[in-house]
Structure formats: C-alpha cells, structure tokens
Design a protein around this ligand. Structure first.
Ligand code: AN0
Ligand code: CP
Length: 318
C-alpha cells in the first residue's frame, strides 16, 4: 500500500485545479513524454470497457510509459479476494499474491471492478478495491470500482469547464431509464465531484432511486425532470439501479427518457453522458445527434483526465 493512490475525490485537494490541469494537458499532450520513461502501468479489468481501457492506455503512452492490459480471470487465474478462506473452489490464486506479483512488474496499477449489486455492505465498503490497495505495493488508480468512477468525474468537470465561461453553471444529474440494473458509481462519483466544484448542482430521479447521502450530500433532489431542468446549463444523464432497494430496477419508467421537449426547458443546456448509451432508451436520437450533445468530446477528454492523474502520481502529487 502506498500514499499515492487515486481512488476518489477524497484523494484530490482541489477538484477545479485538477480539472484545469486536464485542459492544460489537452493543449500540449506530449510535454511530459519523458516523465514516465521506463515505467509501466498495468491495467487490470474485471469488467468490460471501451473508453477507460483505451484512454488510460493512451494517457500512459503519452507520458512515455509502457501499458499492459490484463483481463483478470479471463487471461489469468481466477482471483480469490476474501482473507482466510480454504481455497477449494474455482479461485486458483489469492489477491495477496496476485496484487503483490503485479506490483513486481508495475509502477502503477489501474483497476476496474464493478459492484456485485447484491451485497450493498460489501460493495459500499469497496471490498475488492481495498483488497487490491492493501496487497499492492505500488499506487492504485481506480478505473471504476463498486461505488465511484473518479476518472470519469474528473473528465466531466473538465468538460463542463471547457464548454462554459459561467463561473457557477447549473448542472443537473438526471436518472434515465435502462433495461438492466446498473451500478450507482458514475452518479455517486459525479455527485461527489460536483459538490466540491463551483457549480449549482441538482439531481432528478424517481422515488426509490435516491442515491446514498454519502455522495449526494446536501444536493437538492427533485422527483420530476421538469422542475430540475429549468435554467440548466448541463444535463448529465445516467441510469442507476436502486440504492435503497439495492441493485433493483423498480419499474421500467420510460417517461424519464431525455427528449428534445425536455431539453427545451433548459437554458440551451449541453447534453452529457459517460457512454456507453442505449439510444432511444436513455436519450432520444434527436438529442444525441443534435449540436447540444457533447458526449464525444466528453469521451475524448478521458485521455487528458487519465494523463493528469498519472502525471500527478509520477510526480508524487496525488
Ligand atoms: C457501466 C455503469 O453504469 O457503471 C459503466 C459506465 C461507464 N455501464 C454499463 O454497464 C452499461
Ligand atoms: N465511460 C466509461 O467508463 O466507458 P467504458 O465502460 O467503456 O470504459
């Protein structure tokens, strides 16, 4: 375990300052191309990814690092995370050796490990991520864990700053429909970062979908989109399964789809989504294909956000 992990907003003293570093890097991405020379980032995935996988690898390459991807349990042995078990099941290797061995080859480990969505206590204790941190001897970067997705949220804040000159824009996180139970991570994390940023932040979600107060703090929660969308400068859409009735899809409320009519209630807001997005389930084609959608620029910014974080770790500033 080291002091230079990037696990959540709690590891960042000033989120706005870090977002500015992201935008500075975007202007001159290869300025630090020797900083990571002869260093290696190992990216460990327990779940699927497109953006995180590519942008984080690319960020490491921009800094002159090597990047190795490991799909844990697919390319490697199945890992046991619980301490003190008799390993007679299908796990062949314990995280105690696993994380320690990866640390022998890596200068930084990046990890993606989604929640179970069945055991809230274990998920919200960040059991798997913490076991990795505990048994790793190099810094760990969170590429989406059971409760948060800080590389995404840093990107989101930087993207908001990129698209507005307003000092205190109104930002709305809205729940949207989905066909599967999804983690609360992106939304928890977005709330956590927005609460520390200089923005007016509100949340819209149906009854039964309130997120944990640990992340939403004092943010106002509306149970209709109509009220929340008024005067919004940014609409950030994301589905999540229930936190209260943990991991459940309570009802398929497709009336929460983001449509042009709803966007018309805003102050010509930009539409944001972390992607991947299901068209016409989460958001109507007309919104996603309109000039108000900034989802591709947002995804592009993942590279600079990852680079800002890795740079800080290499400079021992996280
Ligand atoms: C994941 C989630 O909701 O956490 C990853 C988003 C970046 N999304 C899906 O599983 C569709
Ligand atoms: N937004 C995001 O993290 O996308 P991936 O799951 O494709 O990495």
């Amino acid at each position: 375990m080291t002091d230079f992990n990037f696990i959540s907003a709690d590891d960042v003293d000033d989120v706005e300052k870090l977002a500015q570093e992201v935008l500075e890097i975007k202007k001159d991405p290869f300025r630090w191309k020797y900083l990571g020379q002869n260093k290696t980032l190992v990216l460990v995935f327990l779940n699927s990814s497109l953006r995180t996988r590519l942008s984080t690898q690319k960020a490491a390459l921009n800094l002159g690092m090597n990047a190795i991807v490991l799909n844990l349990g697919q390319d490697s042995w199945n890992m046991e995370f619980a301490d003190g078990v008799i390993m007679k099941g299908n796990t062949a290797e314990h995280i105690k050796e696993g994380a320690a061995v990866i640390s022998e080859y890596a200068d930084i480990i990046a990890l993606r490990s989604f929640p179970s969505l069945t055991d809230r206590t274990k998920d919200y204790q960040e059991f798997i991520l913490n076991q990795f941190v505990k048994y790793s001897s190099v810094p760990v970067v969170n590429m989406e864990s059971a409760t948060v997705h800080p590389l995404q949220s840093l990107t989101d804040l930087a993207t908001i700053r990129e698209f507005t000159q307003k000092k205190r824009p109104k930002v709305v996180l809205t729940w949207v429909p989905h066909i599967k139970p999804l983690p609360q991570c992106v939304s928890n994390s977005f709330a956590q970062w927005m609460n520390r940023a200089d923005v007016e932040f509100v949340i819209a979600n149906p009854e039964g979908y309130n997120l944990s107060k640990e992340f939403t703090g004092d943010a106002q929660v509306f149970h209709t989109q109509r009220e929340a969308f008024k005067n919004a400068d940014f609409i950030y859409a994301k589905n999540w399964s229930s936190y209260e009735d943990y991991g459940k899809v309570l009802k398929e409320d497709f009336s929460w789809l983001v449509t042009p009519g709803k966007m018309a209630l805003t102050n010509q807001a930009k539409f944001m989504h972390c992607l991947p997005v299901r068209r016409n389930v989460v958001v109507a084609d007309e919104v996603l294909d309109s000039d108000s959608s900034i989802v591709i620029r947002q995804a592009g910014n993942r590279e600079w956000a990852a680079q800002a974080v890795i740079r800080r770790i290499l400079e021992k500033r996280v």
